[in-house]
Design a protein around this ligand. Structure first.
Ligand SMILES: [Zn+2]
Length: 244
């Protein structure tokens, strides 16, 4: 089933220019969970919801994750009008779905907005994380014959996940939970997963033991950490063996 049957145009009001516009959004109940990667990225059957996570005003170019869309100060609005809207090429073409390349362009606009408004580490981290995962989903959607494109996407995924880790670790140290909607246990789980994915095993172990020692962590969460730990130990063993 194509994405077009799973999304609809939801109406948003732009807090920068006052424009009312429709943005493609996943219909309720259309995203069916399939599996979870080691860094907790959730995969859905025949759909990548990350493609629809950026809200963008077609008139002024203001773009962000829905969580942050309304949160804008008068100073940030002024900077966005000067540094984003002035250079924005208006595009009112209504799409039925987004390709990976179109979705990546929308993330680019969200990064531009985030930089101009001087976003917190948590918002930058969440953007990097989702963008990194989007590169992974894009790479996974390609045929093996597109090896060089896949390699390029994997490199970009890694770079974005590395940045996500830096920003989120800073957010953890300087902001108060909930951070990006996550409590401290959930954030430590995510950081443990990211470190595992990126091969930073010592750092991963620290976040894992934070979770295992946290009294508010549920059994389900602790089990997830134990799965990550097994995965990590397996990899360390393989790396040692291949080094011999
Ligand atoms: Zn606008």
């Amino acid at each position: 089933m194509a994405d077009a049957e799973k999304v609809f145009g939801k109406t948003f009001n732009c807090p920068i220019c006052g424009n009312s516009f429709k943005n493609l959004t996943i219909r309720q109940g259309k995203a069916r969970m399939d599996s979870t990667d080691i860094d907790l990225k959730v995969n859905y059957k025949d759909l990548e919801p990350l493609k629809y996570d950026i809200i963008q005003c077609p008139r002024c170019g203001y773009a962000s994750l829905e969580r942050y869309y309304e949160r804008i100060t008068a100073f940030q609005r002024k900077d966005i009008l000067e540094e984003v809207s002035k250079n924005h090429k208006q595009d009112f073409e209504e799409k039925e779905e987004y390709t990976f390349d179109e979705a990546l362009e929308r993330y680019k606009s969200a990064f531009l907005t985030a930089r101009v408004k001087n976003a917190h580490n948590s918002e930058m981290g969440l953007l990097c994380l989702k963008n990194g995962w989007l590169f992974r989903a894009y790479a996974n959607s390609l045929e093996e014959s597109e090896a060089s494109k896949i390699k390029e996407l994997r490199l970009r995924e890694n770079a974005f996940l590395g940045n996500a880790l830096n920003y989120l670790a800073k957010a953890r140290a300087t902001e108060h939970p909930p951070i990006c909607g996550m409590d401290d246990v959930t954030l430590d789980c995510l950081l443990a997963g990211l470190c595992t994915e990126l091969g930073k095993y010592d750092e991963a172990k620290r976040y894992m033991s934070n979770v295992l020692q946290n009294r508010s962590a549920t059994k389900n969460v602790k089990d997830k950490i134990l799965t990550m730990k097994e995965f990590m130990e397996e990899h360390v063993k393989e790396e040692k063996e291949s080094a011999v």
